[in-house]
Design a protein around this ligand. Sequence first.
Ligand code: NIG
Ligand code: FE
Length: 416
Amino acid sequence: MQKIFINIKSLLKAERKNKTKICGEDMKNIGVIDNAFLIIEDDKILDFGKMKDFELKNYNKNAEIINLKGKQYILPAFVDSHTHIVYAGSREAEFVDKINGLTYEEIAKRGGGILNSAKLLHNTSEDELYEQAKKRIYEVMRLGTGAVEIKSGYGLNTEDEIKMLKVIKRLKEMTPITIVPTFLAAHAVPPEYKGKQTEFVDMVINEMIPIVASMELADYIDVFCDKGFFTVEDTERILTAGMKYGFRPKIHANELDYSGGVQVGVKYNALSVDHLEYLGDEEINALKDTETMPTILPGTAFFLGLPYSPARKMIQAGLPVAMASDYNPGSSPSGNMKFIMSMACSKYKLLPNEALNAVTSNTAYAIGLSETHGSITTGKVASFIVTKEMPSFDFFPYSFGSGLIDKVYINGELID
Ligand code: NIG
Ligand code: FE
């Protein structure tokens, strides 16, 4: 089935030649075709170009034609390369605790935070967990996300981690969005291992990793390498073990301190290092000329009042920058990638074009989807956003509280 979009005000990130990661100065550039057409066939992008070159006779006569009347934009769907969308319940009581002055770390220390979510998850059936997560998946699709990474990590024991990963697998099979599963092997030390962190890491290595690998439930491995959580040594041990089973690392690094997480991620050729609220020259230098995508999570810095990563400095150093939502119940209870773009502009001083590259091509790279997602390129999946009528593309991140998304197509399917 073909669908033909005509009289598109501008087609954004229309890139004939696929770019994988977009670095430094180049982040300012996006392919733009004004007064454009776009043709999709089933779940793929078939063709696009300028209206003046469009000839209807070249396409299927039964194609559905959608006329945007020169008023609406089309841009690729967001790729959200870091989320924890599968979780049980919510943690708004901790939100109030934070308003009353407690920090994220203080809440974690007294058994709240990740441990709170782990308890809730333990007491929730797999079916109920699936239903809760499915709602969030539909929510983010309507907000324009076409591909999402989902981490485990609220299990903290083998059985509950597998429960989470099975829910992720089911979501992947049952919903139109593209899902990339990551095994977040070490997220927090559970109460039964209190004071025995090394033994917990041993259990992750000897029991969890081999089982998750044998069940083929994840593509990547993650560790929360930070102050009060897992050390660089723990991280090295877990990554080494995971890599033996074919898991490439993508890690949580430098959210709470200069943890050494960035350097250890780079050392093990992580596909991405994520968070980066604490990022100095040493970390920037470590990231230069590597295959590791620095990924900033603006929602977390916003919600927890953490420092905003020096994104401009990173770009000036020639690095690529990706930005994802970190959708989770504790530090970023939102998967709104348009809001992430607005934050990219207002708080991190990215230009709208840079922000768009940060939430599409660069996040696609960060979950191994460069060949299929992140731009309007022939052969890629037909996952894109049709905006409402707007005066310019800059208006999109500028109007941070307005939806501005008229329709979302995910793998060729209109989401309603
Ligand atoms: O990315 N930092 C570690 N993990 C999540 C938060 C998890 C939680 O608080 O539930 C994050 O911020
Ligand atoms: Fe996270």
